[in-house]
Design a binder for this molecule. Structure first.
Ligand code: MLT
Length: 268
């Protein structure tokens, strides 16, 4: 995979991984506060069939945003579409995990003609509840006072299943490192975008491409009941619940996620 830079909107730096030997375009959108390494186990196997674009979402991973920048989920979607233009991908399968899924739905609203199929992992269509919004404000305050170190210990049990925490210490360490390496300024911009994201439930009925919804059986943030609602809202969507996984299915149960994405890619 090749790392590519580009000037992005909102004063941000744009960074993406681009590679793969296949023809089938696949755009992989990571969650918060992660980066494209979240897809590491999938990149090589899927790269045999696909041409992969895995952007660092604005301000996350190796992308940087100026302090105080205000971003919406639509801004991330706009940036991903701009990346697709940059690398000459007109239409792609989009895989988005959690925040990546919110961005994928915003892309569907903005530019459905650019989307061939969707994999929505550990994500949902609803906006934040009032309680969740209050939680975002508290997270922002902690980020500004203590940086990523202030949030990492609270986040790990929420994003990884009890099974992963018990049996896969290397995954716990990988996720911990990814969170700690995130930039707190970019994370704060993302938290605000998450807090203000609109409800996309009404959009689901307009989705007329193949969709697979994936969720970890032990996902506490977007549990299987929420994933079922998401899948039920989209005609023909397939729901896959993965035993043993929490919220970061791509790292917790990598082979299952690779197989699901491969079969979606080969479906068209
Ligand atoms: C993510 O993994 O992207 C986050 O859990 C999204 C969220 O907090 O809503």
């Amino acid at each position: 995979m090749e790392q590519r830079d580009r000037k992005a909107a909102h004063g941000a730096t744009g960074v993406a991984l681009i590679g793969g030997e296949g023809d089938e375009p696949l755009v992989m959108l990571h969650g918060f506060p992660f980066d494209p390494r979240m897809w590491d186990p999938q990149l090589h196997p899927l790269g045999k069939d696909a041409r992969i674009l895995a952007p660092h979402l604005l301000g996350l991973g190796q992308s940087r945003v100026p302090e105080g920048v205000v971003l919406s989920i639509d801004d991330y979607a706009e940036d991903v579409v701009a990346w697709m233009d940059t690398v000459g991908i007109s239409r792609a399968t989009i895989a988005g995990l959690s925040m990546g899924g919110y961005v994928a739905l915003a892309m569907w609203k903005r530019a459905p003609e650019r989307i061939k199929a969707l994999a929505l992992l550990d994500t949902k269509a609803e906006a934040d509840s009032e309680e969740a919004r209050r939680g975002r404000i508290a997270t922002s305050r902690t980020l500004s006072e203590k940086g990523m170190a202030g949030v990492v210990d609270g986040m790990l049990p929420k994003v990884l299943s009890a099974t992963t925490r018990r049996t896969k210490p290397e995954v716990v360490e990988r996720v911990r490192a990814m969170i700690l390496e995130s930039d707190a300024v970019g994370a704060m911009a993302a938290v605000e975008a998450l807090r203000t994201r609109p409800d996309r439930s009404a959009l689901l009925a307009t989705i007329d491409v193949p969709v697979v919804v994936v969720v970890g059986e032990e996902d506490e943030l977007t549990p299987p009941s929420v994933a079922r609602e998401l899948a039920n809202g989209i005609a023909g969507a397939k729901l896959i619940v993965i035993t043993g996984a929490g919220h970061v299915t791509s790292l917790e149960t990598p082979d299952r996620v690779t197989a699901v994405l491969r079969s979606l890619l080969l479906q068209h």
